[in-house]
Design a binder for this molecule. Sequence first.
Ligand code: SIN
Ligand code: CO
Length: 436
Amino acid sequence: MHISIHYLFIKASLSGIAPQAGVRPALARDRRPCAYNARMTKTPTLPIEVRGSAKHPLGMSPAQFLRDYWQKRPLLIRNAFPNFTPPIEPNDLAGLACEESALSRLIVHDEKRDRWNVKVGPLSEDDFSKTPAANWTLLVQDVDKWDADVAALLESFRFLPSWRVDDIMISYAEPGGGVGAHVDQYDVFLLQGLGQRHWGISDDPAAPKDFRDDVELKQLKHFEPTHEWLLEPGDMLYLPPGVPHDGVAFGGPCMTFSVGMRAPSRAELTGDLADYLAERLPDELRYTDADLTPVKAPGEIDRATLVRLKQALPFAAALDDTLLTDWFGCFITRYRNAQVPAHPEKPLTEAALQKLLDGGAQMLRHPWARTAWAKGKVGATLFVSGHAYPAPAALAEQLCDQRVLAFDKKPSVADRAVLLALINDGHLLPQKPRRR
Ligand code: SIN
Ligand code: CO
């Protein structure tokens, strides 16, 4: 493959760009497991395949597409972009893949041994000269940021909020090339640009989503397509998040333009909102307990604590009490800890613990082990220096209450399991009884 230096001049006009920390070059879209969209039910009256036209690239009005397909079910649009000619040449894509700040990957599939080799860019001419005759693909993300002609494709997606659009990723593949069966967390429009690509998808909501653990790519262990199509230039496949799919270049060189949508996870939204709010809260606004009355069980995180917490965190008021307690228990026993106990060099065995207890051993709580506990629906949770241990309530209370633990009656099996875990995490130090 000849590599064009076309992008050098674009680069010059993009001075000052730096890859954002934490931006992960993805092969296809982010492929973490997700719950299949529950709304994606099969409705026999809605076709999975339609024909588009210059006037209707979606084969229907945007309103109809959004109502019936968007985030709900896959749709193949034949002839979505009539007489489509790719706005970028394969050689220019390869040239871009060699740019320092472009996100690119070269994936070669050894079909016989089913091994996948992934080379992360920036790529070099040498990488391309070593590619086999078939079964490889090049993927470059964010091509719309580098190439105005590619960016112009986004005009056709103006019916979506512009901030939902992430990027246009382009793949170039030789016959047999692809990234393997996977699921994406994104809505994606896969526009066939050059040559043909065979697509298999599964619209079965119960399709398994577990990953192969022998491949660096997050490929599906099992994939049974419910639909298969051969896409020609101008055909476009829309996939909502969570639909297993596999696209393989067929017959000759193949380019696919994948318009991916940005959809932050709830975890990302929550994390960022928490940071945002935290930055705006003055230091003097704190957890307060001016209403405190003498406590009976000193380590307990009780109902009154939860009420005070919800006053301090009004946006957390709707959270489930167990979740809030669990978080607070871990947080408060980790908060302002200068040290954490180290693990013992050699873990104690159950038999050795039994022997120690039979011999009347006491347990010293490590001075740096900070503890709390909370009653649960069954039993309790003991929190020690940021860790949660399910524990019998009486033992949890005793552990928080006493610096040195002695046992009047034989600890139960459940007690011993907690004691062993705490000893092996370094929070409890067994003291052999002194010989008289
Ligand atoms: C995708 O499956 O998301 C796109 C992969 C490709 O273009 O090869
Ligand atoms: Co994909």
